[in-house]
Design a protein around this ligand. Structure first.
Ligand SMILES: *Cc1c(COP(=O)(O)O)cnc(C)c1O
Length: 425
């Protein structure tokens, strides 16, 4: 007898709903969602682009503006701990990325931190003419590598992450620095940070990790794997807010020789001596540049309290469960509708997002957003759905896929209003 497709989909939905409810009921992080302020009627699957607003942020920002700035004024640099904030917040992020205190500093954008770290790292390997980076790396990472290459007279060679170990084994003694991400921002594929770090070190090269899609999403053990340098943004899985400053990790063993290209006064050994010549601070403070964006920095500090009492292993387990469940829902509900999964099936090869390919990716995402299911699109054909286990549930994942099915089946996305590309996709 032939299966009736309508009944089959309805049965699948009932079974998936029961599974979602069971997974959510057993979720040790379920209560953490209350630490975020999410609007009613929205399913937020874009925390890999801009994290949701933590409830701790508005009162802290209110205090930072009205009392610290408005009343305490310039005294806040001493009295409210403004001067120490880049290192204090750095240590708070350090706890989430396996970095012991005194190796992480916060300030500037990821792009600026990338430039600093890559330049300083290259200076630590004089005589080696190659920089390696991923042809699928986030654009800013590739552009900055090219600029650093031009400035220092180095050749930038693009080697995919999955070929990096072989490239280092073959030609590694010519490599100064390898600059990579542990998670592909488009497909969500995850790479083995420990193995690639070891491969770089075996060749005598240094490694610079971009943790934008890893920090706050999965356990990272920078000290444990012997990483050299890392950068990452504050506004994705760390939920520090739009334009939140980025972080730079500088392993203890490199701090004495880190030759900061942007020699700003906050990185000076004695900033208030107001000397005319730069003398770098002996420790992580030498990675500081100039006056940091205090309001954003304090917002990020408050946002990080959403991780209080939460183990990164728990976040990882939840995110793997959410992405796995998403893929299962897609298999059952989107079959025959033109979607293919770009994200690897194997849990250890996945980051914290699911990417689906579809030729009509843009209008499909727009139609979903109009329904309150927020994901995003990356050219040319990827629908991207990030999950942050601190605030996303399995029930929401199922609902998102169910709505995507409705849109695709009905052709709702073919409407005129979903065709026009906005500036930000
Ligand atoms: C998000 C992201 C960036 C963003 O850089 P900004 O300077 O913060 O705009 C850089 N690299 C990667 C890998 C990213 O995912």
């Amino acid at each position: 007898m032939e299966a009736n497709p309508v009944t089959t989909a309805a049965d699948a939905l009932t079974a998936l709903a029961a599974r979602a409810a069971a997974l959510d009921a057993a979720d040790p992080l379920a209560g953490v969602r209350e630490r975020f302020l999410l609007p009613e009627g929205v399913i937020y699957l874009d925390g890999n682009s801009l994290g949701a607003l933590p409830a701790a942020v508005p009162p802290v920002l209110q205090d930072a503006v009205q009392r610290q700035w408005g009343t305490d004024l310039v005294r806040s640099w001493n009295d409210n701990g403004w001067w120490q904030a880049p290192q204090r917040v750095g240590d708070a992020i350090g706890r989430l990325i396996g970095a012991a205190a005194g190796q992480t500093v916060v300030g500037e954008s990821t792009s600026v931190q990338l430039f600093n770290a890559l330049t300083a790292a290259s200076r630590l390997r004089p005589g080696r003419p190659l920089l390696l980076t991923d042809p699928d790396h986030f654009p800013t990472d590739q552009y900055i590598a090219d600029s650093v290459g031009r400035l220092l007279g180095l050749e930038v060679r693009r080697v995919p992450a999955r070929e990096l170990a072989a490239a280092l084994a073959a030609d590694g003694e010519r490599v100064a620095v390898a600059a990579y991400a542990p998670v592909d921002y488009r497909t969500g594929e995850r790479y083995d940070m420990a193995a690639l770090t070891e491969a770089a070190h075996r060749a005598g090269a240094l490694i610079l990790w971009d943790l934008c899609h890893a920090a706050g999403a999965l356990p990272v053990e920078l000290d444990g794997i012997g990483a050299d340098f890392a950068v990452g943004c504050g506004y994705k899985y760390l939920s520090g807010g739009p334009g939140a400053p980025a972080f730079l990790y500088l392993a203890h063993r490199h701090q004495g020789s880190f030759d900061q290209p942007l020699t700003g006064w906050h990185g000076h050994a004695d900033p208030f001596a107001m000397e005319g010549r730069y003398r770098p601070a002996p420790d992580i403070a030498r990675a500081r540049i100039g006056t940091p964006p205090l309001l954003s920095l304090l917002a990020l500090e408050a946002a990080l309290t959403a991780f209080d009492g939460v183990e990164m292993a728990q976040v990882r387990a939840k995110n793997v469960s959410l992405t796995g469940f998403f893929l299962d829902c897609a298999d059952l509900l989107l079959d025959g509708l033109g979607f293919t999964a770009a994200t690897p099936r194997s849990p250890e090869l996945r980051g914290s997002q699911v990417s689906l390919r579809h030729p009509e990716a843009y209008p499909l995402v727009q139609a979903l957003v109009a329904r309150g299911v927020i994901g995003d699109m990356r050219a040319p054909d990827l629908l991207r759905f990030g999950v942050n286990g601190l605030y996303v549930s399995h029930t929401e994942v199922l609902e998102a896929v169910r709505q995507l099915r409705e849109v695709a089946v009905s052709g709702e996305h073919r409407g005129e209003r979903f065709q026009q590309r906005a500036t930000v996709t």
